[in-house]
Design a protein. Structure first.
Length: 326
């Protein structure tokens, strides 16, 4: 894959790819690997944040934590779909929210942290919302791509040697993936800013700097949280995104999912319960590119029986939510 942008260049993409490998890597280490000055990396980072929507944040891994993970499809009255999407975006347990189907459908990923949260949303608030005419809830069963695996790696802008230096060494810590109540201030601070310094995390948690370092290392090592990046794919020349609901023959479900994970166009892929048994997010340069992927990329996969495509009209929330200007 190649980036096409009049504003950002290969160094910007290399910086983003480096942060995808280690979102907390010091600018000095990234600069040394990329062969530029610390000041250049810091300046590029600030510009990517201001103009490209770049954010580095901690994400709770529902799969590693053994929590339910759902994809919701809400068919809405067109004049209220935006308001419903914005309301969902304000919730801390939602991500990847988009308006689809010409603005009549809201697609939303939700990670309820407890059965009560799940029931409150799916059995309480949503069914009582008059503008929602249909709710389809698809439980995600097995992630093939996404989560800690970032899409930018498919651009292959970093050499193997650069990746080896930038990728953090696996910590020598094992244990069950869990987030204890005393971890909540630390995780919450990192959800706001995944690059928060240890003194900042110390102030946010009231724990010593050494305790913060140890616990953060433990959370990451166990898989309970990972440091992720979000950005506007438009800055890379890929403004079009679509959710694809794929039905594969049961015997081919795993092989199709693994094949999809290798496709350049796929940013997320998971097996799911419901009428379809796979859901993926595909990113393309334009409608012609999406058509080519549907006909040539997915069309050639043995075992695929049916595909429903819902292009996103507008992305409301990725990992974080910025209130739209009024």
């Amino acid at each position: 894959m190649e980036m096409e942008s009049n504003t950002f260049d290969k160094l910007d993409l290399q910086l983003m790819a480096a942060l995808e490998l280690d979102g907390r890597a010091p600018f000095s280490r990234i600069a040394a690997v990329l062969g530029v000055s610390d000041q250049t990396i810091a300046r590029r980072y600030r510009r990517l944040c201001a103009e490209g929507g770049l954010r580095v944040v901690a994400v709770r891994d529902a799969q590693a934590l053994g929590q339910d993970h759902w994809m919701l499809r809400l068919r809405c009255a067109p004049d209220n779909a935006g308001a419903i999407a914005d309301a969902l975006a304000k919730r801390p347990d939602t991500a990847w929210i988009g308006l689809a189907s010409g603005g009549t459908e809201v697609v939303c990923m939700t990670r309820p942290r407890s059965p009560d949260d799940h029931d409150e949303l799916l059995l309480g608030k949503l069914p009582r919302t008059p503008s929602i005419m249909e709710i389809r809830a698809h439980q995600l069963l097995h992630r093939f791509f996404g989560g800690p695996n970032g899409w930018l790696g498919k651009f292959t802008v970093l050499t193997d040697d650069q990746i080896a230096v930038l990728r953090p060494e696996p910590p020598g810590i094992t244990g069950l993936a869990r987030i204890d109540p005393e971890d909540e201030p630390l995780v919450a601070a990192l959800e706001r800013d995944g690059r928060a310094t240890y003194p900042e995390l110390q102030r946010a948690t009231g724990r010593s700097e050494s305790a913060v370092k140890r616990r953060l290392a433990g959370l990451i090592a166990s898989g309970a949280v990972y440091i992720d990046t979000e950005y506007h794919s438009e800055i890379l020349g890929y403004p079009l995104a679509a959710c694809l609901w794929i039905t594969a023959a049961p015997a081919a479900l795993h092989s199709v999912g693994e094949a999809l994970a290798t496709h350049d166009e796929i940013a997320f892929a998971s097996a799911t319960a419901g009428p379809s048994n796979l859901v993926v997010t595909a990113v393309a340069r334009d409608t012609a590119g999406l058509y080519a992927y549907l006909s040539e990329g997915i069309g050639r996969l043995e075992g695929v029986q049916y595909v429903e495509t819902t292009p996103f009209l507008r992305r409301v929330k990725q990992l974080t939510y910025a209130r739209p200007a009024r």
